[in-house]
Write a protein that binds this ligand. Structure first.
Ligand code: IMP
Ligand code: MG
Length: 181
């Protein structure tokens, strides 16, 4: 890959490692929700844009029926550091009340986005609410609630690929890379 040759990107989590982990998460979620069907099928809510590849791989590995919706937030602009100001750019189309909800994020960094989403969804009285994140930055997030399904805990590095961007670039890389300064 050209950019890797330029030394800008350092391969960090390979395509096959991601795929094995996504399958594991999917089988855990399938087990956890198999018997939880009195509220209808669970609704997976992908947080755009970063989770689009993760959620599509994850839901295709499930052995349960689900519904899928998306919401879109913005807090980063083109910076590598969160502005702390979360904005809603696309709202949900589904009815949350009385349903089992699983929010799917690409990465938890400061945790501000998840907190915002949690408060938003709880206002609409779901039957249950859990979070799945492909990546979780250790030591940074000061969440006061659990992310039940985590792909990989990673150090505080800026990563791209498999849906994650820097200034809207690199989302289409098959693997996760560290973006060097
Ligand atoms: P938080 O609100 O600080 O937890 O940040 C959440 C969002 O910021 C994630 O959903 C990502 O879209 C973006 N983000 C955080 N860290 C990174 C990174 O290392 N690479 C790319 N995007 C990131
Ligand atoms: Mg995101």
């Amino acid at each position: 890959m050209k950019l890797q040759q330029k030394g800008l990107l350092k391969p960090y989590i390979s395509k096959s490692k991601i795929s094995r982990r996504v399958k594991k998460l999917a089988s855990k979620i399938s087990r956890d929700y198999r018997s939880k069907n009195k509220n209808g099928v669970p609704i997976f809510i992908g947080v755009l844009n970063g989770s689009f590849i993760f959620i599509s791989d994850l839901v295709r590995e499930l052995i349960i029926d689900v519904e899928i919706d998306f919401l879109k937030l913005s807090s980063y602009g083109d910076s590598k550091i969160s502005s702390g100001d979360v904005k809603m750019l696309k709202e949900l189309n589904c009815t949350i009340e009385g349903r089992d909800i699983i929010v799917v994020e690409d990465i938890v960094d400061s945790g501000l986005s998840l907190k915002y989403i949690k408060d938003l969804i709880l206002m609409h009285n779901p039957a249950s609410l859990e979070f799945a994140a492909l990546l979780y930055k250790k030591g940074l997030s000061n969440l006061d609630f659990d992310v039940k399904y985590i792909g990989f805990k990673i150090p505080n590095k800026f990563v791209v690929g498999y849906g994650l961007d820097y200034a809207q670039k690199y989302r289409n890389l098959k693997e996760i890379c560290i973006l060097k300064n």
